[in-house]
Structure formats: C-alpha cells, structure tokens
Design a protein around this ligand. Sequence first.
Ligand code: KIV
Length: 286
Amino acid sequence: MSIQKTVRRLTAPDIARRKDGEPIVSLTAYHAHTAQLLDAYVDFMLVGDSLGMVMHGYESTVPVPLELMIMHGQAVVRGSARALVVVDMPFGSYEESPAIAFRNAARVMKETGCGAVKLEGGKRMAETILYLTERGIPVMGHIGLTPQSVNVMGGFKTQGRERAQWEAIEEDASAVAGAGAFAVVLEGMAELLAARLTKQIPIPTIGIGASVECDGQILVLEDMLGLSPRVPKFVKEFAKIGPAIEDAVKAYRQAVRLREFPGEEHTYTMKEETSQATKKSKMTGS
Ligand code: KIV
C-alpha cells in the first residue's frame, strides 16, 4: 500500500477569508530553495518583479520581461507545496487591454502553476481586474507606491502623507476591491491612510511600508535577511546574511590560498586505497 502525503495548497479564497483575522504573513521568493525554506511559515509567497532589481541588477522593475517572471514562478512553485504562490505581472504585460492582460496572465498561470497574479494600479486597472477574475484568474491588487510607475512618479515616493492625496487612493482601493481582487498590497503609505483603507474595504490589505494597521505584511526576503546593500526605512532586518556571506567567502579564500581546503574529508580517494585503509585500521584497531 502506498501512503501519499497530500498537502493542500492555500488558495486565493483562503487568503480573502483572512480579512480581520490572524495577520497574513508573506514574503517574496524568487527561487526553489528559498521557496522550500519559507513554505511552512508564510501564507503566500510573491514572485515579485522586484526580482529584476534584487536578482538581475536592474535599476527599476520596468525592464523585467514576462519570460523571466515565468521562469522564477516555475522555480518557486516547484520548491513549495503549501503556501499560495502569487506571480507579479511585469510592466507592459497587462496595461494595454483586458484581453492582452488575460492572455499573459493565463500564460503565467498555465506555465508556472501559480495560484494568482498581482498587478499594479487602482481605478485605471479595475476593468482589467474584473475581466481576469470573471475568467478564472485570481488577482491581487497593488496600490499606493507602485514601483512600475517610477518614471511617472519621479522616484519611489511614499503616498498619502498629505490628506489631499487620500481621496484618489481611497477610490483606487475601492475600485480594486469592487472589481473582485482577493487582496490588495498597500505599498509606501502613511499609517493613518492604511488604517482607513483597511477598515473601508472588504478584502485583506497587505502592507509593505504601510504600518501595522494592515491585515497582513509582506517584505522582500533579501531585504529582511540583511542581504540587500540599501533598504528603505520600513524594512526591519531580521538577520544579517550579507556580512555572514562576506565572512564565509573570506574564510574560503584564506583556506584555498593556504591549501587547507579541500581537506581529506572533502577528497575522493581511489576505491582500493579506501578498502586497504579500512582493512588496515580493522587489523590495528585504530
Ligand atoms: O515586486 C515586489 O516585490 C512587490 C512587493 C514589494 C509587494 O511587489
């Protein structure tokens, strides 16, 4: 008899039901090994287009191609079994029309096996969000600081620190929720506004630089691990992996230069030599 362990993966509706419940935990993941490490601890993993900056050295997320998102999405889905995997739609893959957005989002869902996609934009994307959700694609919204609009905004600018900005952002939040998104990321936003939106809309708000008032939190994994050279104010570094990597590389360099590495325990000997050495040690009892 074969015993099969089945782990049920969390779905977009599972996340939607967490509104006002236990805070939703999420992080970005870009490859299989980290996905495996995170899987037991997060409710969803985002294959964020921030991977363009973090993994590929782009200045912004604008140049990220759809194919890159699909490749990283596939790796993260392969590396995980329990958490919902959400894949970001990159700049240029969804804005032109709802039909083009559907074609590209369907490709992402089919080719990666992820459970949802995320796209940036409020009111202006509501028609597209409705089009996708009505056709079977769960959508996570993303409003406030939307990094793909960096060239229009003139930088990565925190939103809603002046009350005059609130009305437009409130309209964005209710448009995204009304169009059927199952959750919405609030990025780089004043606490008072994030709290207000979280009360106003019926779907979970996931904060990144939007205070503890949101229904859940997300951070870029490399930022919270202390691996990124610079991080924004809202990031807490829960570890210092960057300096730990540097120390390890220095120790490796030293060991190679001094011929201390590889040692015997890392070296393959000839089979006969190994068996003769074993026999000899059995005879001598050493
Ligand atoms: O791309 C990303 O990592 C994101 C998060 C910052 C929410 O969109």
